[in-house]
Design a protein around this ligand. Structure first.
Ligand code: GUN
Length: 293
């Protein structure tokens, strides 16, 4: 048996089509959803992510602006830009690409973004609302994981979900979303005892640790759904780099029931979720009902 491949690209394209339709509807009401992406410095991986995000925003009919700032930008200058974007009626979503250079404190920057425009879902208020089970924007990568898991399991009720990684960007919020779906959730991390044994309990295994091919086939319960959040660049034959996930894909495919590939899994769906959040934020700010997506 080999696993069903969960095609994130195809799923993201479907969601993108629905978002484009709703965006058009909103534009007919005189509202053009707008996303501002801020990139500080010239981290090559961040450059690639930011380019995909801004290109997709424009492709779905939204207003897209990219603010590129030099690596030596002072924190006060970045805060001034965020203040301007917070006050700009053409902007409904603000995304500051992480990581930021060392002279800038990410927590201070994240807290400065108006919660109504927090399309990343990283603001403490947004994170708190998620933890409290209140309505609000959901962080993009965790939301992408849930949407992809639901391509396999209509309902997550009672399923054992194991999350590897406890970051504020993925591990913690994806655990909250799984809990909201009535899964039984375990969050594991670097101090977890016998990680492979804990992972083997999972009906849904979410790998978000940022270590290339860390999860091996014998960590996976036969038939489990594996969602791989990792994007790791490794040196391939001939000196080129290639991108691999946090899961040893080829061997995992022989054991899992379903698995997301890297690339082409969680990545494209994360970008689609960012577009969805921008659309949602635009509706909320305009006092309009949420789109039925
Ligand atoms: N860097 C890596 N992932 C993300 C993300 O989801 N949002 C932002 N802003 N930066 C990131």
């Amino acid at each position: 048996m080999t696993a069903t491949i969960i095609d994130g690209k195809a799923a993201a394209a479907e969601l993108g089509d629905a978002i484009a339709v709703e965006t058009l509807r909103l534009r007919e009401k005189g509202i053009e959803p707008g996303l501002a992406v801020v990139l500080v410095g010239d981290n090559p991986a961040s450059e690639i992510y930011v380019r995909s995000k801004t290109a997709k925003t424009a492709a779905l009919g939204m207003h897209s602006v990219l603010h590129k700032m030099p690596g030596e930008t002072a924190q006060t200058d970045l805060l001034s830009l965020i203040d301007r974007l917070n006050a700009d009626p053409a902007i409904h979503g603000i995304l500051v690409q992480l990581p930021l250079p060392p002279q800038i404190d990410s927590d201070t920057i994240i807290a400065a973004i108006a919660p109504a425009k927090d399309v990343d879902g990283f603001h403490p208020l947004t994170a708190g609302r998620l933890a409290a089970g209140l309505p609000g924007l959901k962080p993009c990568t965790p939301l992408a994981c849930i949407i992809l898991a639901k391509r396999i399991h209509k309902k997550l009720d009672g399923l054992e979900a194991v999350v590897i990684g406890r970051s504020n960007i993925v591990g913690k919020p994806v655990a909250q979303l799984l809990l909201a779906e009535n899964a039984t959730v375990t969050i594991t991390h670097s101090k977890t005892r016998d990680l492979p044994a804990v992972c083997r309990r999972a009906d849904i295994l979410i790998a978000a640790i940022g270590k290339a091919e860390f999860v091996r086939a014998d960590w996976i319960k036969p038939g489990a759904t594996v969602i791989d959040v990792g994007i790791n660049r490794v040196l391939a034959d001939g000196g080129k780099t290639r991108v691999v996930g946090d899961v040893a894909y080829e061997e995992a495919r022989a054991v899992a029931g379903a698995i997301t590939p890297v690339p082409g899994g969680v990545g494209p769906m994360t970008i689609a979720c960012l577009m969805l959040n921008t659309l949602r934020a635009a509706c909320d700010i305009a006092g309009l009902p949420q789109p039925k997506i």
